[in-house]
Ligand binder design. Structure first.
Ligand code: ADP
Length: 529
């Protein structure tokens, strides 16, 4: 006999209900949300359509089992969660219509319910947990029902995986938001359309802008700091830049691009490091060094004067003259140190020393320096000569500083070249540069030692130089002076064969007489060349 009309109707209704349930679950997944919001909706709908007495979802999590449940029998089922969960995860899905016939392990369960269906929840080849359903009056499950239940389990697993991804992404976002809002450094993010997408509280304070009013708007409209807008647009470099806001705070900006998997830029991040304190300390330190050095300079000058005048007030014994000479040498050494400390602090790459440009006759400079070093050179039996290319023009340079630099090189050449050697001061035009050189026939410097020679307080340790006094500031000053003029300083040397130190000054821009000095605008300054 075929099925009756009632049976047919009932089956059709079940099929329609089943499809409606799958649709409902799919829609719920599409609506998204956290696990806690999504799973109860899905379980309630499943309970209703399956006419079950209890449904429990038991999820594996690093902190133990996490459960969600619905239905009048759900409470009684709790204590079997881990048993059912391990059975289903070990042996796959199972249905027991009559628990009375079941395995001994399940015997206690039959006091609570009569039939059970357990389905592992698997997504992306990972078992996430188990969905188990309890019936007081278990229906008869046919093959179609089994397939249908496995689809429900599959959809529930997708829901769990999605909700977990959602929760993870939200936690990540919250984490990031907490870091950004607790950061004392202002942070701004713009998208490819140059609209502001993020502005942390520190940035709100530093820029005097409210995030709510500014987010989503073009940066040019909401950020009243042209240098920062240019950085966010990618049309300026951060190297050596400092930005000061209206509250007098100084920031060091850093920009970086955020790229997607295809290496395309999706946004740009600007982080402003607050360097106000450091700036103040640095200014105070520079001021302190220069005040102390100035104050030391004048007593040194008169000490030198009186010490040299000693023989004029009465004749000195040989011993007394020897002592006086030592005092004079000590004063000269201190004066040299004080002068170099002053020069070095003035020329600090982070300081704001402005070159004092004036027409500068290089040929005269070379000859003056050669004359003033003639006596010390003769004292060591060194031949001091000059070679000046007549093509060297009069230039617009900081004469005083350049003289100091060249002076330091000639001092060194004489200091570090053993007796009977020679020292040559040269000036020539090379590839549109003025190149000043000081060559000696001294001991030379190894490649390893050449690397850090121009850094502050660097001295080469070698036996032959032990008795030679110095402070390691001379070459730092030489390089700084060259760089302030847009050039550089370097050494060419082979150990044992002497050295040539060179200063290069480009024959262009403000170094040329008559050229306009290029100045930066007031709000952002380039402090390092
Ligand atoms: P200072 O001479 O006061 O120590 P500088 O910065 O002028 O400091 O020089 C750094 C070091 O470089 C010196 O200590 C010396 O070891 C080395 N040096 C400089 N000039 C020469 C030279 N012409 N020949 C050999 N070594 C040199």
């Amino acid at each position: 006999m075929g099925e009756s009309l009632d049976e047919l109707n009932e089956r059709l209704k079940q099929t329609t209900d089943g499809q409606a349930l799958l649709l409902e679950i799919t829609q719920r997944i599409a609506a998204g949300g956290s696990l806690g919001a999504m799973l109860p909706d899905i379980i309630n709908a499943t309970l209703r359509v399956l006419h079950a007495d209890g449904i429990r979802v038991v999820l594996n999590s690093p902190s133990g089992l996490m459960t969600y449940a619905s239905g009048p029998s759900a409470g009684k089922m709790v204590k079997f969660d881990s048993l059912i969960s391990s059975l289903a995860q070990e042996h796959g899905p199972f249905q027991i219509a009559d628990l009375a016939q079941a395995d001994k392990a399940l015997a206690p369960l039959k006091k609570v319910i009569s039939g059970v269906v357990a389905l592992p929840l698997t997504a992306q080849y990972r078992v996430l947990g188990v969905l188990w359903i309890a019936y007081d009056n278990p229906p008869h499950f046919g093959a179609d029902d089994t397939t249908f239940l496995s689809i429900v389990a599959g959809q529930t697993a997708v829901a769990v995986a999605n909700a977990r991804a959602f929760d993870e992404a939200r936690r990540g976002r919250e984490h990031l938001a907490a870091i950004l809002s607790s950061s004392a450094d202002p942070i701004l993010v713009v998208d490819e359309q140059e609209s502001l997408v993020l502005l942390n509280p520190a940035a709100e304070r530093a820029l005097g802008v409210e995030a709510n009013a500014a987010i989503g708007k073009p940066i040019g409209e909401v950020i009243n700091a042209e240098p920062l807008v240019e950085l966010l647009r990618g049309s300026a470099e951060t190297e050596g830049l400092e930005w000061q806001n209206e509250l007098g705070q100084t920031f060091s900006p850093r920009v970086s691009d955020v790229l997607n998997d295809q290496n395309e830029r999706t946004s740009r991040v600007l982080v402003l490091r607050d360097i106000t304190r450091y700036r103040n300390l640095r200014d105070n330190q520079t001021e302190f060094v220069s005040t102390v050095s100035h104050d030391l300079r004048s007593p040194l000058t008169y000490m030198h004067g009186y010490a040299t005048m000693l023989p004029m007030v009465g004749s000195l014994t040989e011993k007394q003259q020897g002592f006086a000479d030592k005092i004079i040498a000590g004063i000269a050494q201190m004066t040299d140190l004080v002068d170099k400390i002053l020069d070095a602090s003035r020329l600090d790459p982070e300081g704001n020393y402005e070159l004092n440009r004036e027409p500068c006759d290089i040929a005269k400079m070379v000859s003056d320096i050669a004359s003033s070093h003639q006596q010390p050179a003769e004292k060591k039996n060194l031949a001091l000569s000059t070679q000046v290319d007549p093509a060297v023009p009069i230039l617009n340079l900081d004469d005083v500083m350049l003289r100091r630099a060249l002076n330091n090189l000639v001092d060194n050449a004489i200091k570090y070249t053993p007796e009977h050697g020679s020292v040559t001061i040269g000036a020539e035009v090379r590839d549109n540069n003025l190149v000043l050189t000081v060559s000696d026939t001294g001991l030379g410097i190894s490649e390893e030692n050449q690397k850090h020679l121009f850094e502050r307080f660097r001295r080469v340790r070698r036996r032959e130089h032990q008795a030679i006094k110095g402070n390691g500031l001379g070459l730092f000053i030489v390089k700084s002076v060259a760089q302030k003029h847009g050039g550089d300083a370097w050494i060419e040397s082979k150990e044992g064969e002497g050295s040539t130190f060179a200063i290069r000054v480009p024959l262009e821009g403000p170094n040329l007489i008559g050229a306009e000095a290029h100045k930066t605008d007031g709000s952002i300054e380039k402090v390092a060349e």
